[in-house]
Design a protein around this ligand. Structure first.
Ligand SMILES: *Cc1c(COP(=O)(O)O)cnc(C)c1O
Length: 406
């Protein structure tokens, strides 16, 4: 039995939606693996992955199974009661990381909001109200709530909404001297992305991350790593901090954690977690059984040597072809990133034209992302087939050729 829906078109977006997004002209209606079909039946290859979310592509059988089984079992009980999927996923995250405690929520912004509140709470409890300052990086991105845009280092997202959260400063990324100059005993947390995602797919320098860890230790400040974009296998390690070998005090995850089902998590130690006593923080949907059942299936599939090694191999496959395209058409200055979070920095002649490349790629049947105006970003499924990589990059090259001939 199928329900009859009224037909809708892209034009309806402008009639009924708040205009804060400008979606593409086509509407995807179905996906399988790394392929997506739009309303007209046109097939596209998906290297955007729902912005680093569809970590196992579309309609992965293990995720569909987990979701449908849970849908037939128990959807929601709230945090007045706990539930089995939440406890199972939390155990798996604890087993796989430095963390001993998990807080579940529904998005990256919410995970960061919890992280920042925890950092302030710990400092408040242990050192008093003066120690409340947060240091973040210029060009960083941590979400769209008022606290998270205030911490994020991009004024275009934080300006124009009245007074911001106080006590936040921004230092240039990968500049240890600047961080050393900014940090003080009033600092409660330093917040960093292992790879600045929205800021241009810019990886952190190992020496900088190590230095930040030491400075935090010296000043009783917490190191918060925002792994909302880099986590859950995307870097080729389960979390990017494991690739770098620098352990944070608090880690946030979302995006790939649910493989397309909304979920976020804040991971920390029991020593820090104990400051969030009953009633200090919460969210109705946090730990929702549907979300956690899917998250559990995601980690089961991803946290295996085969999938993680596959990410490294697929990185090489992307990188060598992208470098060849970059050189052949004088398109890219640099191809950077880890695992399957890859940024192609446009050469001077192409500066500002990332959106044009996205649109040209979509016209050839390929979904890619930008990361600012000067970087084309690839965040495909971690299990994207080699044949799909080759075909997708062939479509990308055709898009580039069309633009060079235009
Ligand atoms: C996407 C992102 C966020 C925000 O996540 P939402 O789920 O959109 O709230 C936070 N931090 C980083 C690094 C991100 O990439």
């Amino acid at each position: 039995m199928s329900v009859q829906h009224d037909p809708v078109q892209r034009a309806d977006f402008d009639q009924v939606m708040v205009p804060n997004y400008a979606p593409a002209a086509f509407i995807p209606v179905r996906g399988a693996g790394s392929r997506v079909w739009d309303q007209s039946g046109r097939e596209l290859i998906d290297f955007a992955g729902g912005i680093a979310v569809n970590v196992l592509g579309h309609a992965h059988p293990a995720l569909v199974k987990a979701l449908t089984e849970q849908a037939n079992t128990l959807w929601h009980v709230s945090n007045v009661f706990t539930n089995e999927p939440a406890l199972r996923l939390a155990k798996k995250l604890v087993d796989a990381t430095f963390a001993e405690r998990v807080f579940f929520c529904n998005s990256g912004a919410e995970a960061n909001e919890a992280a920042f509140k925890l950092a302030r709470r710990v400092a408040h409890d242990k050192f008093g109200p003066e120690k409340c300052e947060i240091i973040a990086a210029v060009n960083s991105f941590h979400g769209r709530t008022l606290f998270t845009v205030s911490v994020g280092g991009q004024p275009k997202y934080s300006d124009g909404f009245g007074p911001k959260i106080q006590g936040i400063s921004h230092v240039p990324f990968n500049d240890l001297e600047a961080l050393k100059a900014a940090i003080s005993d009033k600092t409660c947390a330093v917040v960093l992305e292992p790879i600045q995602g929205e800021g241009g797919v810019l990886p952190i320098d190992l020496a900088y991350l190590q230095g930040a860890r030491e400075l935090c230790n010296q000043h009783d400040a917490l190191l918060v790593l925002d792994e909302v974009q880099t986590g859950m296998g995307r870097s080729g390690s389960l979390f990017a901090y494991q690739h770098y070998g620098v352990t944070p005090d608090i880690l946030t995850s979302a995006k790939s954690l649910g493989g397309g089902f909304p979920i976020g998590a804040m991971l920390t130690t029991s020593e820090l977690a104990k400051h969030l006593v009953v009633g200090t923080h919460g969210t109705t949907y946090g730990g929702n059984p549907l979300a956690c059942a899917v998250g559990e299936a995601v980690i089961d599939v991803i946290n295996t040597p085969e999938v993680l090694a596959g990410v490294q191999a697929k990185h090489q496959r992307f990188k060598s072809k992208l470098e060849q395209i970059g050189q052949q058409y004088d398109l890219f200055g640099e191809v950077r990133g880890l695992g399957l979070l890859i940024g192609c920095v446009l050469a001077d002649a192409w500066k500002g034209k990332a959106k044009m490349l996205l649109d040209a790629a979509a016209a050839e049947g390929l979904m890619v992302l930008q990361a600012g105006p000067d970087v084309v970003r690839f965040a495909p499924s971690l299990v994207v087939e080699d044949a799909d990589i080759d075909e997708g990059l062939a479509r990308f090259e055709r898009a580039v050729i069309k633009l060079t001939q235009a």
